[in-house]
Design a protein around this ligand. Structure first.
Ligand code: SF4
Ligand code: F3S
Length: 106
């Protein structure tokens, strides 16, 4: 499966959801999560993310490994998102900021 990681938080550009062929992105307040059961490992979403937040499970950075389980859990509770929508007005300011993990809202 592919995994959305920390840099999506507060950026949520949603370009990824638009290109996914199997509708596996789920939308929370300030983060998107991939349903690992639905993901077919096509990798189409990876280059679309302006925050470079999506990784193949095997390539998730060491300090973000917990995001694999987090995507599985959160995607169960959040609705599917199929189309790109406007990113938060301050998304570009958050892009690349470290330490966003505590800001993740459920
Ligand atoms: Fe969707 Fe493909 Fe990305 Fe999986 S790898 S989330 S199937 S676009
Ligand atoms: Fe997040 Fe990147 Fe998608 S910032 S919403 S993973 S395009």
């Amino acid at each position: 499966t592919y995994v959305v990681t920390e840099n999506c938080i507060q950026c949520k550009y949603t370009d990824c959801a638009e290109v996914c062929p199997v509708e596996c992105f789920h939308e929370g307040p300030n983060f998107l999560a991939i349903d690992p059961v639905e993901c077919i490992d096509c990798a189409a979403c990876v280059p679309e993310c302006p925050a470079d937040a999506i990784f193949a499970e095997d390539d998730v950075p060491e300090d973000q490994r917990d995001f694999t389980a987090l995507n599985a859990e959160l995607s169960k509770h959040w609705p599917v998102i199929l189309r790109k929508k406007a990113a938060p007005a301050d998304a570009d300011e958050w892009n690349g900021k470290p330490g966003k993990r505590p800001l993740l809202r459920r």
